[in-house]
Write a protein that binds this ligand. Structure first.
Ligand SMILES: Nc1nc2c(ncn2[C@@H]2O[C@H](COP(=O)(O)OP(=O)(O)OP(=O)(O)O)[C@@H](O)[C@H]2O)c(=O)[nH]1
Ligand SMILES: [Mg+2]
Length: 479
């Protein structure tokens, strides 16, 4: 270039090179990018497996071709990845989960609780057009954060005082199966004198019973999701933190001027405020406020299996979860912090539980659930998408002839007994089920044991659409 030659003439070749080097360095510093990608979902929705597989594929991307639809990897621009998770205060259990999935026989990871994160530095070559200006390579610092969706269910508490929360819960506990299951416990509440001087031990006992009740509602055959306070239902939550000695006061009579100071009622109210102000609010201001993009995992198939109550409850829970992304201009979250999340992916997990001709139905089905749930949520400035995925594809396609007809089947090891099975898993509905659909035991999707995830030589067949997830979440960042 003529100007280039002139500058070289004035400054000399060496100084021009030094200048170019410095420009690249500045380019590198100014364009060093950070992405905090949060992954959530209700318990057992597949968060740990998803993050483990996603990170494993990313770490191998520069030498395996396992992510064909993730452009930066497919075009071999991803040069290297470095795991910086040791710097984090809450490291994600990546090594344990990977060891379990890659051993023989492989096993699914243990249930986790709380928030944890993986931190990676991804070094990539820039697209040709930008290399001259910004330098050959750039670095993306990626934090992937795992946190329980149950925490988002507590969001409404931020806007409710204790009395309002109790009223809301009492409407919920008037419905089955909550009503029958809680009848005895509610009767115990009626016997207590809530205006009498506080008995912390009594409140502790009643709260442990309440948390047992929530656990029971969470498990089969009920498998309900909309359970508050969220931190009382997380696995292994046996802490003696008194902020968790809390339950809704489901009694008929409330004093007009509030509970007397120092009473049982007042103590419970104080616990509620502490739970809300010391646990729920800080999660939003410290963590949620710093997330850039969000993935919400939903296990649609499990809820279909378990019937109408479970399905409706999951839908209601999802509606509450969506409220956390509801940043309408007057949204109270906007007053609490400045939200940053600009992209949300809703992923229907365990897509390997159905045949590949059903994946599109699974996308569509999740869209329907979300559509219903988001009627009163405005995703201002947020892009959303629904996608069916499998983090560790554990089934293979098979064909069977039934009554002279060719049928698409799945082959894999059943999770419950490890038996090798070939079966027709059934179809994913393309409409939200009608009341009559639930009576016929129509949905019986089977859970599978994991197929072994190799430590090396990863292939695209080891997952379903993890590459499309990565592309959607990060495509604009490798410039
Ligand atoms: N077939 C199949 N099953 C999966 C997949 N991902 C998760 N699962 C199943 O879902 C279960 C839960 O997965 P996790 O990743 O532990 O779920 P989680 O959301 O981290 O669960 P908690 O830590 O308990 O909240 C596993 O034990 C598997 O049975 C998948 O990609 N394919
Ligand atoms: Mg987990």
């Amino acid at each position: 270039m003529a100007i280039g030659r002139k500058i070289k003439g004035w400054l000399g070749e060496e100084r021009v090179e030094a200048l170019r080097g410095r420009l690249h360095e500045i380019g590198e510093q100014t364009t060093e990018r950070h992405l905090r990608l949060a992954v959530t979902g209700l318990s057992q929705s597949g968060k740990t497996v998803f993050i483990t597989a996603l990170i494993h594929h990313l770490q191998q991307a520069h030498r395996s071709g396992s992510l064909p639809f993730f452009e930066v990897a497919a075009s071999e621009r991803l040069v290297s990845t470095r795991n910086l998770s040791a710097e984090s205060d809450n490291p994600f259990p990546l090594d344990e989960a990977l060891a379990g999935l890659s051993q023989e026989p492989p096993r699914w990871p243990e249930s986790t609780r709380g928030l944890s994160e993986v931190r990676l530095a991804l070094r990539y070559r820039r697209p040709a057009g930008l290399r001259r200006v910004l330098g050959e390579t750039g670095t993306l610092y990626l934090d992937v954060i795992d946190y329980p969706g149950e925490w988002l269910l507590d969001l409404p508490m931020l806007q409710l005082d204790f009395g309002q929360w109790c009223k809301q819960q009492s409407r919920l506990f008037a419905r089955e199966p909550r009503s029958s299951l809680s009848a005895q416990w509610r009767a115990r509440l009626q016997e207590v004198d809530w205006a009498a001087p506080a008995q912390p031990d009594l409140i502790r006992t009643l709260s442990l019973e309440f948390s047992g009740l929530l656990q029971q509602l969470r498990e089969d055959p009920y498998a309900l999701s909309l359970l508050q306070p969220g931190r009382l239902v997380l696995p292994g939550e046996e802490t003696d933190d008194e902020r968790l000695h809390l339950f809704p006061l489901l009694v008929d009579s409330w004093p007009e001027n509030g509970w007397p100071e120092g009473s049982n009622g007042a103590l419970l109210e104080q616990r509620y405020h502490r739970y809300r102000d010391e646990l729920v609010r800080p999660f939003y201001t410290k963590h949620f406020a710093r997330f850039d993009r969000q993935i919400v995992l939903v296990d649609c198939l499990k809820t279909l299996n378990r019937g109408e109550e479970c399905f409706r409850d999951m839908q209601a829970a999802l509606t509450d979860i969506l409220q956390s992304f509801n940043y309408g201009r007057s949204g109270f979250l906007r007053r609490l912090f400045s939200p940053r999340i600009d992209r949300v992916l809703f992923a229907s997990t365990k897509a390997d539980h159905v045949t590949s001709n059903q994946h599109h139905n699974l996308d569509r089905f999740l869209e329907l659930i979300i559509q219903d749930a988001q009627r009163d949520v405005r995703f201002e400035g947020i892009e959303t998408r629904c996608m069916a995925v499998a983090s560790v594809r554990s089934t293979e396609a098979a064909q069977a002839r039934v009554d002279g007809q060719q049928l698409s089947c799945l082959r894999g090891r059943r999770k419950s007994d490890g038996e090798e099975v070939a079966l027709f898993p059934g179809e994913v509905p393309v409409e939200l089920p009608e009341p009559s659909d639930w009576n016929e035991e129509r949905f019986r999707f089977v859970d599978f044991a994991p197929a072994r995830l190799p430590m090396n030589s990863l292939k695209a067949r080891h997952h379903i659409r993890l590459d499309q997830v990565l592309e959607y979440m990060m495509e604009d960042l490798f410039r």
